[in-house]
Ligand binder design. Structure first.
Ligand SMILES: Cc1ncc(COP(=O)(O)O)c(C=O)c1O
Length: 402
């Protein structure tokens, strides 16, 4: 018998767990499933900008060998310059690591940091890879509340009360997946001040930094706290619609000499994976420079904005459903009023929805929300598909009970 490593026992990644397995079974039985569970732009006709593709094709022949373990120089220069323009001082090309998506860098950053029992503050709800990766690396994810009644902003008092002598780092996901919140400068300054006072590493996941609506302004955490060690992560998957390229980056800013040993650990892990996928790295410089086509999608009349508005209007018209209107990212995180819909097992509800309406959404507790009254719908699909999806959800909820 071959057994699973015990270190995986408590690692959860439910949004891709039993629900997805059931969807795959239904597909294998010949059903067509409407999937609004993944932030993957390409299947909905949201393609990567042409110049990015051209750059990869142009460099393909030269991308056959391994690159520098941190990534190719031109891409690291582009990332460093991008953060310099955002006001992050002292990010040089050697402070940038490229990765096979932000996903790989999340795991690397925690693997290099955590000893058994170390605690990391992670938002609730979160993008659940963060919680899973902390657990995988032997740490303990301590969830801090983001308050729906306060625009889903992090609750600073709860963060302060959650810090212990074992706390090593704080994760900030801004703009947030799944809530779509874009944090105010004031909240970020408060959070960064807690990190400063308790000597915490700041892990800033800013992969949606350019996907903003209604004039929302994204504040880059590293620019607000040049005196703190901040690892800022982003990549090509969302803004540049190239999730399949598996290409992301991490920029290290702040007092690096004091973190020399940690940074050596990161370099060791980067060396051990040899290098990130080389062809995709050639898209990074082109992506970050010049014309930013994401602007066309998020401005008035733009596809993403229209889809958000349409799906939000339809979703909130369903009896017993309300939803904070997201100001960033690609998701609607809707709340089912417990007085109307008594859901005690939201994963079960999502599986029942899947079986009855052949539609796949994600359950709120899969994002480490302590309650079972939320679900997440991706609004990447065209308006007619979102129309159909919200009709299916309305039909389902009109008769569903647990
Ligand atoms: C907040 C957040 N971070 C990281 C990722 C992973 O991105 P990548 O495709 O670069 O691995 C996602 C993907 O949905 C995400 O929502």
């Amino acid at each position: 018998m071959v057994m699973q490593a015990s270190r995986l026992k408590n690692v959860r990644y439910d949004i891709r767990g039993p629900v997805l397995r059931r969807a795959q079974e239904l597909e294998a039985a010949g059903h067509r499933i409407l999937k609004l569970n993944l932030g993957n732009p390409e299947p909905w006709g949201l393609n990567a900008p042409e110049p990015m593709m051209a750059d990869v094709v142009h460099n393909l022949a030269r991308a056959q060998g391994y690159s520098d373990a941190r990534g190719i120089y031109s891409a690291r220069v582009a990332v460093a310059q991008y953060y310099q323009t955002l006001g992050v001082p002292d990010v040089q090309p050697d402070d940038v690591f490229l990765g096979n998506g932000v996903s790989e860098l999340i795991v690397m950053s925690l693997q290099a940091l955590l000893n058994t029992g170390d605690e990391v503050l992670v938002p609730s709800p979160d993008y659940p890879l963060w919680t899973g990766a902390v657990t995988l690396c032997g740490g303990r994810a301590v969830h801090y509340r983001c308050d729906e009644s306060q625009d889903w902003e992090p609750d600073l008092d709860h963060i302060a009360a959650s810090i212990t002598p074992n706390t090593r780092a704080i994760v900030v996901i801004n703009p947030n997946n799944p809530t779509g919140a874009v944090y105010s400068r004031q909240t970020l300054l408060g959070l960064l001040d807690l990190a400063r006072r308790h000597d915490l590493l700041v892990l800033a996941d800013e992969i949606y930094d350019k996907i903003l609506y209604d004039g929302a302004v994204h504040e880059c955490a590293a620019a607000l706290a040049p005196d703190l060690l901040v690892l800022t992560m982003s990549g090509l998957s969302k803004t540049y619609r190239a999730a399949g390229f598996r290409s992301g980056w991490m920029a290290i800013s702040g007092p690096k000499p004091a973190a020399e040993e940690y940074l050596e650990g990161l370099q060791l892990l980067a060396n051990m994976r040899l290098c990130p996928n080389v062809p995709a790295q050639h898209a990074v410089q082109t992506a970050l420079g010049g014309y930013q086509s994401i602007q066309e999608l998020i401005r008035p009349g733009g596809r993403l904005l229209e889809q958000r508005d349409h799906a939000w209007r339809k979703l909130t018209a369903i009896p017993g459903v309300d939803c904070w209107k997201p100001r960033g990212a690609l998701y609607l995180f809707a709340r089912l009023d417990p007085a109307v819909h008594k859901i005690h097992d939201d994963q079960r509800m999502i599986i029942d929805l899947l079986e009855q309406q052949l539609m796949l959404l994600s359950h709120g507790s899969g994002f480490n929300l302590p309650t079972t009254d939320h679900l997440r719908m991706v609004f990447l699909a065209p308006v007619d598909v979102l129309d159909d999806a919200t009709d299916r959800l309305a039909r389902f909820l009109s008769t569903y009970s647990q």
